[in-house]
Design a protein around this ligand. Structure first.
Ligand code: NAP
Length: 240
């Protein structure tokens, strides 16, 4: 039997987890919703670094690790490769393609928070769609800016910031209404790829609003890489 450890926390990972039988394990960091309707075992919380994950792989007799975490979750992806090597099991990864700018798009690519704030300096009403990172910078909001931060975590706003604690997927109609009501002049985004949060790019395009795009972090090489869930599931059907 090939016992699989699936590292998740994304919609794509959940789609894979739904196809796994009871002998397999779906692992979540514990930040978002924990599904309670899966046939496979669900475990929640960190492993204690790559060494902890390697110990887990050995103790649970895992024969294959699948990294289906978010493309910006670089630490767990690095740990998955290190731990798999240490435990001598293969590591596969789902590496979803990023979005590409289309005609009419105005993307400003940045590598870190300092570059991001520099790129935002000329704007007044940014919409942040990066997750929780902006919450650590609420005391640094420039006097000429009003921020809207969309993330999973409920958090108190103030005169300079509004927090939208909502979870995707987001529809184009919803994004159009939000952009019209809030008059954003720039959107800040990760290049997550996929369709669940893509509508903001279309809404920005329609309104001629620039996008400050945080570059993807480098991820380690794996034994097999898949762009599409269907291809990974097919390979899994053959391997398991
Ligand atoms: P990260 O920086 O790569 O990981 C931080 C630590 O969280 C890891 O070292 C690990 O702790 C634990 N962890 C992460 N994913 C785990 C998993 N699937 N199972 C068990 N432990 C896990 O990750 P992050 O960027 O904070 O993201 C956390 C989770 O949210 C990820 O699973 C990711 O798929 C999901 N997510 C992230 C984003 C994003 O933009 N970063 C967006 C959507 C969803 P130990 O070292 O103790 O093992």
């Amino acid at each position: 039997m090939t016992r699989v450890l699936l590292l998740g926390g994304t919609g794509d990972a959940l789609r894979i987890a739904r196809q796994l039988g009871r002998e397999h394990v779906y692992s979540l960091a514990g930040l978002g919703k924990v599904p309670d309707d899966l046939a496979c075992t669900v475990r929640v919380g960190g492993f204690g670094g790559s060494e902890g994950m390697a110990r887990y792989i050995e103790a649970q007799r895992i024969a294959l690790v699948i990294d289906a975490t978010h493309p910006y979750a670089a630490q767990i992806s690095a740990n998955a490769v290190t731990a798999s090597r240490a435990a001598r099991v293969p590591c596969w990864a789902l590496r979803r393609e990023g979005w590409q700018p289309q005609a009419g798009d105005d993307w400003r690519r940045v590598g870190d928070w300092a570059e991001l704030t520099a790129a935002l300096a000329a704007f007044e009403r940014p919409l942040f769609t990066l997750g929780r990172e902006p919450l650590a910078h609420l005391d640094d909001i420039p006097a000429h800016q009003f921020w809207t931060v969309r993330c999973l975590d409920p958090h108190e706003g103030n005169a300079r910031v509004r927090i939208l604690a909502t979870r995707g997927p987001f529809t184009l109609e919803g994004e159009r209404a939000l952009f019209a009501a809030q008059a954003f002049d720039v959107v800040v985004s990760k290049n997550s790829g996929g369709s669940a949060t893509e509508a903001k790019l279309e809404a920005a395009r329609e309104r001629g609003v620039p996008v400050v795009m945080l570059r993807r972090p480098p991820l380690p090489a794996v034994d097999r890489e898949f762009e599409r869930v269907a291809d990974l599931l097919e390979a899994l059907r053959i391997a398991v």
